[in-house]
Design a protein around this ligand. Sequence first.
Ligand SMILES: [Zn+2]
Length: 657
Amino acid sequence: MLSESQLNLLKNNSSEALAQNFQRLEDIAKLSSAAALNDDELLAFLTACNTLYRNGEPLISDAQYDSIFLSELAKRRPDHPYLHAVEPEQAFTGKTITLPQRMLSTEKAYSQNAVEKWLDNVEKAAVALDINPEHLIFRATPKLDGFAAYDDGKILYTRGDGRKGTDISRVFDRGLIVGGSGKRGLGAGEIVVTQSYFNQHLADTFENARNFQASIIKEKTLDEHALQAINNHAAVFFPFSELPDWQGTGKEIRANFDNIVSQMHTKVDYDIDGIILEATDPAVKDYLGATRHHHRWQIAYKQNAETAQVKVVRVTPQTSRSGRVNPVAELEPTKLSGATISRATAHHYSMVKEQGIGPGTLIELTRSGLVIPKIERVINPQTPQIPDICPSCGTSLVWDSDYLYCLNNTHCPAQIKHSIEHFFRTLANNDGFGTKTIEKLHANGINSVFAIYQLTLEQIIDIGLRSQDGKNLLAKNLLKELERSRSEVIEDWRFLGAFGIYRMGLGNCERLLQHHKLLTIFDLSVEDIILIEGFADKTAQAVVKALTLIKNDFMNIHGLGFNLIETPLLGEKQTATSPIAGLTIVFTGAMQHGKRDDMIKEAKRLGANVGSSVTGKTDMLVTGSDVGATKLNDAKKFNVKIVDEADYLSLIGDSRN
Ligand SMILES: [Zn+2]
């Protein structure tokens, strides 16, 4: 049940329909999988949870939020802005002001393996800078689970959206002190309360520590217990730079990982939800830089991942919509982080083969941010179990790099059924076309989306999709749902995504339609598509090929008449006003601003053509550090303008976002 204050928070802070549908919110909060929610509902739920969390009234636990809902969004739409924005924070009353420094989120890792990958990256950066990676010093600190704020010595800011926060200096006027050395102006930190004090003195008044933290920030008069906690210095603002830490090399972290992690848990008497690891060398930090979301030189390790050793019963092949055959390891049922796990995914059959996954294999399983766990490590390999033929149609399978494929795209029942299911599920404006119905239709020779839309009531009844009552409600309902799927509005990118085109997830569909109108995409060339951010050469080639293959089918279904909302074209204005629009640019050397790939995409987005070598057609050569002589000589030969990275960035400055 939502509490009264939760109800009020939602009423006051959101106009979203879902945020006002309290029964539905409660129902969703109880789900153990978010697979059944459509994208909009999933996003609305995440947003509502976030509003409640930021106000100290969480609806679900952090682990549920991460592992059930956020991970689902990441799975479906890895590029969704929600995932890459710093989570918005409910503004407290006070002046909104630009933060002296951007406050980013922290990238999270759920396994030692992931932390080691990050260490590898940092060490690679050191090598690129001629720094001996063995001498790099890393710092580990507890990851405080409090209320993030920034202290510039005069003002205390909330994190807000990472760029602009709210002035909450009033908490210092209320007597809150700075933890550690007590000095002001030490930058980012968290408002926290000691666990022992909270349990002893505050637990009766406040539901949880977050609830308490929010209460001391709010403008309204302080609760007397809260005031006392401040006066007793149990609640403080703790700057990150003042945290007790562990320092050492990457080698030591790899060797003593568990030990370092458990040390962190005893360093402070505040709630912590993991540990932070960061590089300390300023040159390395500079080199690695940041994404819009997080610093690349820092990572948070969250330990909510529990591991277990489990025996594999067998490896079952499953043919997907694309014909890729995926290995699913059926396991002896095992309890892990409160859930019973009976299957796990091996990444691909190459892994099954190389690591010896078959009946009797002992594996290590980690349940982390993912709903279906992945096989983390093979402890005791056995003979791998690898299929020769497609489990659905019997066609001989072929290897393509690490994967096994059934190439019988037109007649493989599994591929057809999954494609139909994918179509109706992606439209997300209809019900009734689940696995069972589609099985039944397929068994009766109805094996395309188009054929389903041609069905008459009599045919559906003949197929046996009738209910016991003899009123044929089920059949009538299916027809009604087909009708609804065409009359209810849907975004055109979602409609396109429903066709399950190779490499065209919803994110890519939306991006494509932001640049080209739906019915023109079949005429696009590889070159046209490469110009769009997010499409590399190979993807563009695959997309053009796949579009040709589905064109007929697409036109037939589109011709049935769907109620599509056109994606607004973007970039027209941006491209026209960009100072590099129409220029051919070549990048060379190591860039400081970010990865070269990202800079290339940005340039394309701003309307430039990007070449790989300097020719007579090149307009500009952008140079990073360690530039090779060839390109510079060519640039001089062809009289190409040479611009260094900083000048280039200031040139495009206003066009960036
Ligand atoms: Zn097959």
